[in-house]
Design a protein around this ligand. Structure first.
Ligand code: FAD
Length: 393
C-alpha cells in the first residue's frame, strides 16, 4: 500500500500553501491531491486580495497572475451615492487560473508530489494514522497517511470523515452569483462595493476589474433575507440596471460561508484549513489570504507533530490556537459586526454615504468612514473600537 507522511486534500490556496509549507519544513513525503483536472480552475471567485497579506507569500510586482492592481475602493450606497477612498496599496485582482498554479509550483519545488484529477473518496482511521481511498486517472488507490490536511473547501468531506462539525447555519451561508462582464465603463483602478438590502440582502454586490472595461461583477445573498429571488435573479436585475450593454462572457455560482471558524479544526491526525474550517472573513467574504495563512500554519504544525512523533488531536491543538490568535479571534468580532450591519436598512447606507462625502477626499480614511457610521449608529462603537485596536494600531 503506498504511504505518505502528509496527505493534503484540495489544491486551492489553503492546500497549495499547506503542501508548500509542509514539504519545506521537512515533513517527509507530502502528497497534494486536487479532484479537478486543473489547479486554479474553474474560478468561482471575484479574485480580490489585500496587498499586505499577499506579499507575505509572493511578490505581485510584475507577476503574470495579477490581473489588476487596485488603488481605490469605491462604496456605493443603495441610491448609488458614491464614496471614494484612495490608498496607493489597496490590493490586487488576481487571475486564479495562474495564481494557484504558481503556489502549486512552490509546493512542488519544496518537494511535494502533486496529483490532479484525483479525489479523496473515503478516509478511515487505521493504525494510528489514516487510510485514504484516492480516485484518479489510474482508478482507485488506497494510501496510508500519518497526517491529513483537509483543504477541501466549503463542502469539506475530510471534516465529516474526521468527525468534525462543519455544518453551516442557513443564516451564515451566502449564495453568490458572478459574471465576467466586458464592454463596460468603470474606474479600472478601483474595486466597487455596493451595499444595501435592496441590492444584495445579507451580502453586497461587487465590481472587481480584470482589465480596462472588463470586470467580475457579482453579489452574495443570504436566502433567508431575500425577497424570494435567488442570487442569479438579483444579479440579472443588477446588471440590467448598471451595465445593460455589457457583454457577459462567463457566469459562475458559489457559496461563501460568513460564519466564524469552526470550534474544532483538529482531530487525531487531521487538520482543516481554509474554507473547510470556515476561516473566511465573515464581513467581507474574503477567504483567499485567510486560506493561505491557515495552510501555512497547518503545514508547519504537521511537520512539527511528525518530528515529535505525536499526531494526536492534542498534539495538533496548537495549530488551532495559533490560528485563533492570528485571525480566528478577529473573525469572531467581524461576525458580530456583520450581524449589526445586517440590521441596517437602505436609508442608513444612503445617509452614511452622504455624510462621508462631506469629508474632503484627501482626508477621507477608513477610520473617518467608521466614525461617520457611528454618528448614525452609536451602538457600533464598542465593536468598532475593538476592531480598530486589532486591525489598524
Ligand atoms: P477552495 O479554493 O475552495 O479549494 C478547495 C479545493 O479542494 C477545490 O479545488 C476542490 O476542487 C478541491 N476538493 C474538494 N474536495 C476534494 C476531494 N475530496 N479530493 C480532492 N480535492 C478536493 N475570496 C477572496 O479573498 N476574495 C474574493 O474576491 C472572493 N470572491 C469570491 C466570490 C465568490 C463568488 C465565491 C464563491 C467566493 C469568493 N471568495 C473570495 C472566497 C474564496 O474563493 C475562498 O475563500 C477560497 O477559495 C478558499 O480557499 P480554500 O483553499 O480553502 O478552498
Amino acid at each position: 500500500m503506498p504511504a505518505t507522511d502528509v496527505l493534503v486534500v484540495g489544491g486551492g490556496p489553503a492546500g497549495c500553501v499547506a503542501a508548500w509549507e509542509a514539504a519545506a519544513a521537512g515533513s517527509g513525503h507530502v502528497l497534494l491531491i486536487e479532484r479537478d483536472r486543473a489547479i486554479g480552475a474553474p474560478v468561482r471567485c471575484a479574485e480580490g486580495v489585500g496587498s499586505a497579506g499577499l506579499r507575505e507569500f509572493l511578490d505581485p510586482d510584475g507577476a503574470p497572475w495579477v490581473s489588476r492592481r487596485i488603488t481605490k475602493v469605491i462604496f456605493w450606497a443603495p441610491d448609488d451615492t458614491e464614496v471614494v477612498l484612495r490608498n496607493d496599496d489597496v490590493g490586487y485582482v488576481l487571475d486564479r487560473t495562474r495564481f494557484e498554479p504558481a503556489l502549486a509550483d512552490r509546493a512542488a519545488q519544496a518537494g511535494a508530489e502533486i496529483r490532479i484529477g484525483t479525489e479523496a473518496v473515503r478516509l478511515e482511521r487505521s493504525n494510528g494514522g489514516w487510510r485514504a481511498v484516492l480516485r484518479g486517472p489510474r482508478g482507485d488507490e488506497t494510501w496510508t497517511a500519518k497526517v491529513v490536511i483537509g483543504a477541501d473547501g466549503v463542502e469539506t468531506m475530510v471534516g465529516r470523515w474526521a468527525g468534525l462539525e462543519t455544518r453551516v447555519a442557513a443564516r451564515d451561508m451566502e449564495s453568490c452569483a458572478q459574471c465576467v462582464v466586458g464592454n463596460i465603463s468603470f474606474d479600472p483602478d478601483a474595486i466597487y462595493l455596493h451595499f444595501g438590502p435592496s441590492v444584495a440582502p445579507g451580502g453586497y454586490a461587487w465590481i472587481f476589474p480584470k482589465g480596462v472595461g472588463v470586470a467580475n461583477v457579482g453579489l452574495g445573498v443570504v436566502a433567508l433575507r431575500s425577497d424570494g429571488r435567488n442570487a442569479r435573479q438579483y444579479l440579472d436585475a443588477y446588471l440590467a440596471r448598471h451595465f445593460p450593454r455589457g457583454t457577459v462572457t462567463g457566469f459562475t455560482v458559489g457559496g461563501v460561508i460568513s460564519a466564524a471558524t469552526v470550534k474544532r479544526t483538529v482531530a487525531d491526525g487531521v487538520m482543516l484549513a481554509g474554507d473547510a474550517a470556515h476561516m473566511i472573513n465573515p464581513m467581507s467574504g474574503g477567504g483567499i489570504i485567510n486560506a493561505m495563512k491557515a495552510g501555512r500554519l497547518a503545514g508547519r504544525h504537521a511537520a512539527r507533530a511528525l518530528r515529535a512523533g505525536d499526531t494526536s488531536a492534542a498534539a495538533l491543538q496548537p495549530y488551532h490556537d495559533e490560528w485563533m490568535e492570528v485571525l480566528g479571534n478577529a473573525h469572531l468580532q467581524y461576525y458580530k459586526l456583520k450581524e449589526t450591519i445586517n440590521k441596517f436598512d437602505d436609508e442608513f447606507f444612503n445617509r452614511l454615504a452622504r455624510t462621508v462625502n462631506r469629508i474632503p477626499l484627501e482626508k477621507r480614511t477608513l477610520g473617518r468612514v467608521v466614525a461617520a457610521a457611528l454618528v448614525h449608529h452609536p451602538t457600533l462603537l464598542p465593536l468598532a473600537a475593538r476592531l480598530f485596536v486589532q486591525e489598524f494600531c
